[in-house]
Design a protein around this ligand. Sequence first.
Ligand SMILES: [Zn+2]
Ligand SMILES: [Zn+2]
Length: 257
Amino acid sequence: MELIDTHCHLTFDDLAGDIDGVLDRSRAAGVTKWITVGTDPHDNRKAIEFAEKYEGMYAAVGIHPHDAKTVTDAMLGELKELAQHRKVVAIGETGLDYHYNLSLHEDQRRVFAEHLRIAAESKLPVIIHCRKAFEETLQVLDEYSRDVEKVVFHCFGGSAQQAKIVLDRGYYISFTGVVTFKNAEKKRAAAKIVPLDRLMLETDCPYMSPEPVRKQRPNEPALLIHIARCLAELRDMDLADFAQAVTATSKAFFQIL
Ligand SMILES: [Zn+2]
Ligand SMILES: [Zn+2]
């Protein structure tokens, strides 16, 4: 069995400090490829460094909506340059976070739009972070994503109805361990309606370990297997068949072999 953790933060201290152990445990669990997602300029460079160093690892580059207020033209220029790197497979994470509101909405929208422009120019897919801003995120996408080829809503926390809206636009959806939580019935209902050729898995580690290891800190890619098992069961599918399908979707989305 082969799984891909399509959204993790392996550069963060909790994981980077034990990266060899983290990757060994991941491979042993069948999770053999990783997309480590950058969140700020320093982290983007580190993500690329990691992707160069470790086989099976790829990078996404972007500036998190939390940091939108810090973004300068020079930072966006660098992002555009980094997007050309052979191991960079996506732009993000970008989007809107109206839950924490760490940057003004206006700044978040501007920076999100700039990311979409860079993704279109670089012909790379976009990883969207959307929290408490569903309508607003769709509005920005309406305005700026015309030339963007592929879009994924990461850590999807919406309803089945919202999932349908996302799918109808041709976008992809990925789920974290949050979908395994006991009180996550609504998210599981959403997961159930996503066709396998639009569905991906991610840990978003070091955050949010899945059930039944929710208390484990930090979360790490090896634990992706619990998310795969939960979603396979939800569909009454054999785990191996489910894994094969979502891995094929992930490879096609990010254009990795
Ligand atoms: Zn996120
Ligand atoms: Zn993330």
